[in-house]
Design a protein around this ligand. Structure first.
Ligand code: DAT
Length: 198
């Protein structure tokens, strides 16, 4: 029938994903600042919907709650235990409050029922190269990430795991892009809550 889907939560859960260096942390920090301003009542009415959002930095969860089988020195990253990670995230992601903003360089591990929006950040090869070079990534890791971006690995992963209408690709090449993207995400959250009547 035509009945609107019933959501198990008051606020949308959002995955912010993309190849390392595309700007996940930067976007999430900007969003977190907007959430804080909203909580302090410093922002306009449009931001009222933001006060119940929370940023979950998955990298910190992996590190602090031991969701890994050690550190891969060559790739300079954790060997992630995805089952453990999902167990740790489940209480927040399935809560009635919802509103989790999760940033991670993969997305298809999260059950579709947990996810209301998937933002795939993308960057030009040149911007990405410069950003990863600044991080002094090992050559193999650098090349792997550049290749993944060119081949749109994250976008494909998102499209394979989730309904097309909840996957958005946003360019992240300039600070203006970032600001526009954050505004778009805020507007989307506000609309989602209106649609749910929450
Ligand atoms: P990620 O978390 O996806 O690995 P990041 O947020 O740490 O990426 O960003 C990597 C670097 O690139 C960082 O120095 C900030 C810069 N950056 C990210 N997004 C940008 C944008 N839209 N415009 C300009 N610089 C950006």
């Amino acid at each position: 029938d035509d009945a609107a889907p019933v959501h198990p939560r008051r606020n949308p859960n959002i995955i912010i994903t993309g190849t390392p260096g595309t700007g996940k942390t930067t976007h999430c920090e900007a969003l977190a600042a907007r959430i804080e301003a909203a909580a302090e009542g410093k922002s306009g009415d449009a931001d009222a919907a933001l006060t119940e959002l929370r940023h979950i930095a998955v990298n910190d969860v992996v590190r602090d709650r031991n969701c890994h089988d050690g550190w891969d020195a060559e790739y300079q990253s954790w060997l992630v235990d995805e089952d453990k990670l999902l167990d740790e995230l489940e209480p927040d992601m399935t809560s009635e409050r919802g509103g989790c903003i999760v940033d991670w360089h993969a997305c298809d591990l999260f059950p579709a029922s947990w996810v209301d929006l998937v933002v795939v950040l993308t960057a030009d090869t040149e911007s990405l190269y410069d950003r990863l070079a600044l991080r002094k990534y090992p050559e193999a890791k650098m090349q792997e990430n550049i290749d993944a971006e060119i081949m749109q690995v994250l976008l494909t992963e998102a499209h394979e795991a989730y309904e097309p209408q909840i996957v958005v690709e946003l360019a992240s090449n300039t600070p203006d892009d970032m600001e526009a993207n954050v505004d778009r995400i805020v507007a989307w959250v506000t609309q989602w809550r209106k649609d749910q009547g929450s």
